[in-house]
Design a protein around this ligand. Structure first.
Ligand SMILES: Nc1nc2c(c(=O)[nH]1)N[C@H]1C(S)=C(S)[C@@H](COP(=O)(O)OP(=O)(O)OC[C@H]3O[C@@H](n4cnc5c(N)ncnc54)[C@H](O)[C@@H]3O)O[C@H]1N2
Ligand code: MOO
Length: 643
């Protein structure tokens, strides 16, 4: 039997959210009583009133003497008043109860003990430096209304107001049921994973996200892809009193083992299947025993976004609370972001402050890559009706990190080099975060031109004279004086499988029919180097199998060789070494960090210069292998004619 699903018609996200809230968004009726001191993050089920006043008595607000104010009214420098300890002046410390006869406190530094008593040279007004009964909280007054969310501050008010127990809404129980025969428990030793097995991580992410917005995660062991089993588990979950929301994770899409919709249809009804959002398209919403059942897509980023856009608003609504929107901030795009018409797209971006503007650089978009969201600083929503955004255009970003972190980011755009990771590590303790965006050397110079990065990693060979970067800078940045900070001379060569099984030794070997090549993108220094080598050897690009298959980083080339989707690609030794591959050296090249002269004195650039000039950095670079560091850290300043 073919159990392949077809989607119901997809609906817009906003409509899906409304349907969800209309069907299930009612404040929960389940209450519980909690100790006030343990109630942070919980939501009050009823209004809470103070049992006692605070302060409960008139108390001293300063260290000094409690007195009767009227006895000091005529005090002045010329005719001081002398008060007598224990008769009409009583020593008190801040917070102590005032003796009954007193109505004011004079600060200790305002009186001088003398033979005649405590000398006072100025009048004291009634209730001066006294905190009167109920100044803060009056017994019986309402402290917080129903659906108020309790913060640590609130606990102070509750305890001071004599409230020890509080009635709170039961945290909505979110049962999370991972589905997929390939899933293995995250506690299992990852070294023992068999081919095809996948570490179950999504339920942990969604569970913690549920708790962060006020829900209670009810974990469930993952189950195999079987419709009947899935239906049974959902039914059991729906019958539990402590379960308010059920999430199945994985199997929501159209694959032959994607059973969520079928299972829900068997025991309940489907409200929708498919949303015009990406990632997160194949979400299912069903109703079983009057409870919401979400079919959450299995890709990690799809799962997170489906949760945040639909499940979180529902949890908040069960708590009588508004959703928690991400803070927003206007940004400018470092490069164009094309987008699919008809889908609301959530593009993950890195942010950095460059020349006073917040620049957004898009990250790779695969919904299967959890790192596309862990590395992101913000999310850009591209509306369904848009085909994308142009480079330089302004957009509204939804922040995933505090702005302070973003302001301390050094944005390096351009060619990729493993040494940048080393640099990032050194910058971190200095409070600077390095963010690198891999767009190739030429892309980096263009980003300097459009003032959308601080530094560009570049290794652009001039085939005419064998120099690096100089002529490209003259061409691309005729009006921008830039400095060239020497990172290293590095060896470019062929990244090959361990033992170099196809014996790839020369450029000519790339033309052998059995050799599958993986190329770098146009505009990258490595691509220019390859084309130069081909020309030198009189080889036509079309004679190389895989010339048109492109990746954007050295590590991606190495990964392609490791994964056996290619036999070789041009790259640096460090990338081969990182993945345990072999390396056939071809030619040395100069890699520089280019930055605008006008940024030279900024702390972020100064920090990089300092690190690159250190012996420790040089040694670490040498250790990576394939680098010559003789000139590391030297700066070539702009030619006079430039600018
Ligand atoms: N023919 C079509 N195929 C797919 C479509 C489509 O429209 N037509 N949609 C794609 C989209 S979009 C998404 S998103 C994915 C997700 O679909 P599923 O919900 O069916 O997810 P699975 O196939 O079960 O898993 C996808 C992926 O994620 C891994 N996974 C699943 N659960 C977990 C977990 N709990 N922890 C960690 N990783 C998990 C799973 O092993 C797969 O690798 O479908 C596209 N396909
Ligand atoms: O829409 Mo799916 O959620 O891209 O990855």
């Amino acid at each position: 039997m073919s159990l392949r699903n077809i989607y119901l018609s997809m609906i817009p996200l906003e409509q899906a959210r409304q349907l969800t809230l209309e069907a299930f968004g009612r404040t929960t009726k389940r209450h519980e009583s909690l100790q006030a001191s343990e109630a942070t993050g919980r939501v009050l089920a009823k209004a809470v009133f103070a049992a006692v006043s605070s302060p409960p008595f008139h108390v001293a607000a300063m260290d000094g003497y409690a007195i009767r104010a009227e006895e000091t009214f005529h005090a002045s420098e010329q005719s001081p008043v002398f008060l007598q300890e224990e008769k009409n002046a009583f020593a008190v410390n801040t917070g102590q109860v005032l003796p009954e006869s007193c109505d004011a406190v004079v600060m200790i530094e305002k009186v001088t003990p003398e033979k005649m008593g405590l000398r006072l040279e100025a009048p004291v007004f009634p209730w001066q430096h006294v905190r009167k009964i109920g100044e803060d909280i009056v017994a019986t007054e309402m402290l917080f209304p129903a659906t108020h969310e309790i913060t640590p501050y609130c606990i102070g008010a509750l305890l001071s107001g004599g409230v020890r127990q509080v009635p709170v809404l039961a945290a909505p129980g979110v049962l999370i049921l991972p589905t997929g025969s390939e899933l293995v428990d995250a506690k299992r030793d990852p070294a023992l994973l068999k081919p095809g097995e996948v570490i179950e991580s999504n339920s942990h992410v969604l569970g913690k996200l549920s708790e962060a917005c006020g829900g209670r995660w009810i974990p469930a062991p993952s189950i195999k892809d079987e419709v009947q089993l899935l239906a049974k588990c959902i039914e059991e979950a729906a019958s539990r009193e402590d379960v308010d929301i059920i999430l199945t994770v994985g199997g929501s899409s159209a694959g032959s083992h994607d059973f969520t919709r079928l299972a829900v249809e068997e025991i309940g009804e489907i409200l929708f299947h498919g949303i015009t959002m990406m990632p997160g398209k194949p979400v299912v919403l069903g109703k079983v025993a009057e409870k919401p059942v979400f079919g959450i897509p299995g890709y990690p980023v799809s799962a997170i976004l489906a949760f945040e856009e639909l499940v979180r608003p529902l949890i908040r609504s069960l708590l009588g609370r508004p959703d928690i929107p991400r803070p927003r901030c206007p940004v400018f795009l470092s490069r164009a972001i094309p987008s699919k018409l008809g889908l609301e797209e959530f593009v993950r971006v890195r942010l950095a402050e460059v020349y006073g503007r917040t620049i957004a650089a898009p990250l790779p978009r695969g919904a299967g890559c959890i790192t596309s969201i862990t590395e992101a600083d913000a999310i850009l929503r591209i509306p369904a009706h848009s085909e994308g955004m142009a480079a330089g255009s302004e957009a509204m970003a939804e922040l995933l990190r505090p702005m302070e972190e973003i302001h301390n980011t050094l944005l390096v755009t351009g060619s990729h080099d493993n040494a940048l990771d080393l640099l990032a590590n050194e910058l971190k303790p200095m409070g600077i975060r390095l963010s690198s965006s891999h767009v190739g050397s030429m892309g980096g110079l263009l980003a300097i031109r459009s003032r959308s990065c601080h530094m560009a990693g570049s290794h652009l060979l001039d085939p005419e004279d064998g120099s690096y970067n100089q002529s490209a800078i003259r061409r691309v940045l005729p009006d921008t004086p830039v400095c060239r900070l020497h990172l290293a001379v590095r060896i470019q060569g062929f990244i090959v499988a361990k033992g170099n099984p196809l014996k790839i030794l020369h450029v000519q070997d790339l033309a052998r029919p059995e050799v599958r090549f993986i190329n770098r993108q146009p505009g990258s220094g490595t691509r220019i180097l390859l084309d130069y080598e081909l020309k030198k050897n009189q080889m036509a690009p079309h004679t190389i199998r895989g010339y048109d298959n492109e990746e954007t980083t050295h590590m991606a080339i190495a990964a392609a060789v490791l994964g056996n989707s290619a036999d070789t690609g041009l790259g640096i030794a460090a990338a081969a070494g990182a993945l345990g591959l072999d390396f056939v050296p071809l030619t040395p090249e100069t890699y520089e960090l280019i930055f605008p002269l006008e940024l030279e004195e900024t702390p972020r650039i100064q920090a990089v210069i300092k690190i690159l000039s250190s012996e420790a950095f040089r040694q670490a670079l040498e250790k990576l292998g394939g680098y010559d560091t003789k000139k590391t850290g030297t700066i070539i300043r702009p030619e006079k004619s430039q600018g």
